[in-house]
Design a binder for this molecule. Structure first.
Ligand code: REX
Length: 405
């Protein structure tokens, strides 16, 4: 039985559900209540900047907030809702890391061994360790920088392609490395493609089965799947709309694609409820043992102000109210995702906007973190910042500025 307060207008929906019989106590007493109006304001701003729609789900103790706005499908004019499935992009990296860390816990992989120990074809530098791959410190060039230099032609050229891991690794190693192994953080999809190859080579079990048996099944993530190289998203889902570099052109429906260019670095499909459950389960030790979790959550700052950091397949963000949240972001053509949880896993939030190649929308959407975890003050501060033109899009293939025609 659920107690539901629903407020729906044509433009937006906010539904708050509390488990009946349980007092609606704040899960993490030190956190302010989520600012639902703030989330709606952020979503509105994302739409004003070009997103067809947006969704946010917050799970806080026994209360669930489902907040959405705009359209899931701009042709059928279907309204967005917070249960829809979408492509999570690099949030996949956290799933891949869980599989890898379970193998570490089983004594089958040593984090500090040369990655070449476990690979069918060696990387050019024996000094690259498994840990370097997981923390984006290998120096392996991110081949998506070339692949998606021209956003729409790049996308169309790979949309139906099926790559082998080695083909993608070869695209990376054709370039000089960005740094000596271990010397610097340099985000690269190549790292997590190598890890996919490593897991499959070592175990003889495909990634789809690894994710299913080690994560989706045990956690009951019924809306999460890895269907690579199939192109369809089944069930209730949002369509994704890619913005061309020439922003005077219409958005391109990019929903169907193999995502083979990313596979173990970015091809998982999920929804907000499942991502919230996944990250909450992860930080509370339900997926990997304590020792491996500690490794994943040992963060090194990746921005000068120290508010953003990377562990092993996991990001952390320090928010304006001092709270640090753990999770990952994702960008795949047509979808921007933020999925984060508190250190105790008691409050989790996932947001998605169904567009991409639009740094402003991505930065604005990040404001839902402030609203969800820092309450009213946070959302206001972040909206003001992101609309002053201060956009920081972490780790994405460069968004090319082109003269408007
Ligand atoms: C590829 C380009 C983006 C997308 C990418 N995605 O590397 C990975 C990911 C899987 O999710 N990374 C993000 C395209 C950064 C993360 O870790 O949060 N951009 C787009 C272009 C630019 O084509 N020319 O915006 O859809």
């Amino acid at each position: 039985m659920r107690f539901t307060i629903a407020s729906t207008t044509l433009a937006s929906t906010a539904v708050i559900t509390t488990l009946a019989g349980s007092p609606a106590v704040a899960a993490t007493p030190s956190l302010p209540a989520p600012d639902i109006a703030g989330v709606l304001a952020v979503q509105k701003q994302a739409m004003a900047n070009g997103a067809p729609g947006a969704l946010t789900r917050i799970d806080s103790g026994n209360t669930t907030y489902r907040i959405s706005r705009g359209q899931a499908d701009t042709v059928a004019h279907t309204a967005m809702d917070a249960d829809r499935r979408f492509r999570v992009g690099s949030v996949t990296k956290s799933f891949t890391t869980v599989v890898l860390m379970q193998l570490v816990a089983e004594g089958r992989i040593d984090l500090d061994a040369s990655a070449n120990t476990y690979l069918p074809e060696p990387l050019p530098d024996d000094r690259i360790t498994v840990r370097h791959l997981l923390s984006h410190r290998s120096g392996l060039w991110d081949y998506t920088n070339d692949m998606f230099y021209d956003t729409v032609p790049g996308f169309e050229s790979v949309r139906n392609k099926v790559f082998g891991y080695q083909e993608l690794i070869d695209l990376s190693t054709a370039h000089e490395p960005t740094n000596e192994p271990g010397a610097a953080y340099s985000y690269s999809n190549a790292n997590f493609v190598v890890l996919g190859e490593m897991i499959e080579h070592l175990t003889g079990v495909p990634m789809a089965a690894q994710y299913q048996e080690r994560i989706f099944g045990p956690l009951g993530l019924k809306h999460t799947s890895y269907v690579h190289p199939r192109t369809a998203i089944s069930g209730s889902s949002a369509r994704g709309y890619l913005r061309p570099d020439d922003t005077t052109l219409p958005l391109v429906d990019s929903t169907e694609q193999t995502v083979s260019w990313a596979q173990s670095a970015g091809a998982v499909i999920s929804n907000a409820a499942d991502l919230n459950r996944f990250f909450s389960a992860l930080v509370t030790g339900r997926l990997v043992p304590e020792a491996q979790l500690r490794q994943m959550m040992t963060m090194v700052p990746v921005t000068a102000d120290g508010t953003q950091s990377y562990g092993l397949g996991l990001r952390a963000r320090k928010l304006s109210c001092g709270v640090t949240v753990y999770g990952h972001t994702g960008t795949v053509q047509g979808f921007y995702t933020y999925a984060f949880t508190t250190a105790d896993g008691k409050r989790s939030m996932t947001s998605m906007a169904n567009t991409s190649n639009n740094g402003t929308v991505n930065t604005v959407l990040g404001g839902t973190l402030e609203a969800a975890f820092c309450g009213t003050g946070g959302a206001k501060a972040s909206l003001a910042k992101s609309t002053e033109g201060e956009t920081f899009t972490e780790d994405i293939a460069p968004q090319v500025e082109r003269p408007t025609q």
